[in-house]
Design a protein around this ligand. Structure first.
Ligand SMILES: Cc1cc2nc3c(=O)[nH]c(=O)nc-3n(C[C@H](O)[C@H](O)[C@H](O)COP(=O)(O)OP(=O)(O)OC[C@H]3O[C@@H](n4cnc5c(N)ncnc54)[C@H](O)[C@@H]3O)c2cc1C
Ligand code: FES
Length: 281
């Protein structure tokens, strides 16, 4: 996206489709209103945009589509407050602002040739959906893939309509769990926190890179379990969430010790995180 002179100036985007994921979460497909800006827009899985609603504010949102998925990009947005509330109230054809892409994204070049363990909780699957389709498109570049996803209830699972397609990606397993199953709901998968699925991991820790995103408490327990299982801190990559303002390492709001989550992250290896001055977990 060209942010020519003023890096804070958003470009206008238009909603071309809306998919209701769950009671509080929608995936919106977007294009830049300016054709050239849309053509020039490229991003990596794990990067995010700052989405702006005039008079309301800005919020960082991961790009949930994969590069090359189509002539659009998408965000999966959980309604929690002002900006996410305003965006999820919009309709197809409505416009608002976006600037980006920002952040480093997942280290998909660095982990070429390795097996991949994806661990996601709740809305944390959004930046990993982008990875799943990226791997599908570049399947020969990676080894076995196991996707572990935990949500609150079956109805809170994002991208349910896509699960069969994910299972059909060669050498790929998808394991699901939910915290609880309301009476009368059909659910043929596990019940419990996502770490319960770790018993079913068939990947060799020394050959595997882990990509993880979810609530910080989930990531804390997941990281500790994985370390005990023999995964190395340098191979565990986490996408960190912090409140953000500028998105371009100017305001300091997102800092963890000396690192700017908006620019040095949001993806860090656990090795990096554990060596920061502030103890993360
Ligand atoms: C790099 C990055 C990627 C993200 N990707 C996604 C995504 O793909 N989908 C998605 O739904 N959300 C994502 N988030 C979270 C999203 O940015 C926040 O939910 C959003 O900023 C809330 O803005 P709001 O104006 O709607 O809420 P506000 O009105 O600002 O706040 C509502 C409530 O949410 C809390 N809150 C606000 N921002 C954050 C935050 N960053 N972290 C934790 N709590 C917060 C507030 O403390 C308050 O309790 C991401 C955050 C980061 C940093
Ligand atoms: S959000 Fe301003 S420094 Fe990162």
């Amino acid at each position: 996206m060209s942010s020519s002179h003023n890096p804070y100036m958003p470009s206008l985007v238009k909603i071309i489709d809306i998919i209701e994921e769950t009671g509080d979460t929608k995936t919106i497909k977007l294009i830049f209103v300016d054709e050239q800006t849309q053509k020039n827009f490229s991003f990596k899985p794990g990067q995010f945009n700052m989405l702006t609603v005039l008079g309301v504010g800005e919020a960082p949102l991961s790009i949930s589509s994969a590069p090359g998925e189509g002539d659009y990009f998408s965000h999966t947005i959980r309604r929690v407050g002002n900006v996410t509330g305003a965006i999820t109230r919009l309709n197809v054809g409505d416009t608002f602002g976006a600037r980006g892409p920002y952040g480093n994204g997942w280290p998909l070049d660095k982990i070429k040739g390795r097996d991949i363990l994806i661990v996601a909780g709740g809305i944390g699957l959004a930046p990993l959906r982008s990875v799943i389709y990226y791997i599908k498109e570049n399947r020969d570049n990676y080894g076995k893939v196991e996707i572990l996803y935990g949500a609150r209830t079956p109805k809170d699972c994002l991208y349910r309509r896509e699960f069969d397609e994910w299972r059909e990606i060669p050498n790929t397993r998808l394991l699901l769990t939910v915290d609880n199953v309301p009476e009368g709901t059909k659910w043929e998968h596990d019940v419990g926190v996502v770490t319960l699925l770790f018993d079913k991991i068939s990947l060799n820790p020394s050959e595997t890179a882990v990509l993880m995103c979810g609530p910080e408490i989930m990531m804390k327990f997941a990281v500790h379990n994985l370390l005990e299982m023999g995964f190395k801190d340098k191979d565990i990559y986490l996408s960190m969430e912090r409140r953000m303002n500028c998105g371009i390492s100017k305001c300091g709001l997102c800092q963890i010790g000396p690192k700017f989550v908006c620019q040095d992250g949001p993806v860090f290896s656990y090795y990096e995180l554990r060596n920061l001055t502030e103890k993360i977990f």
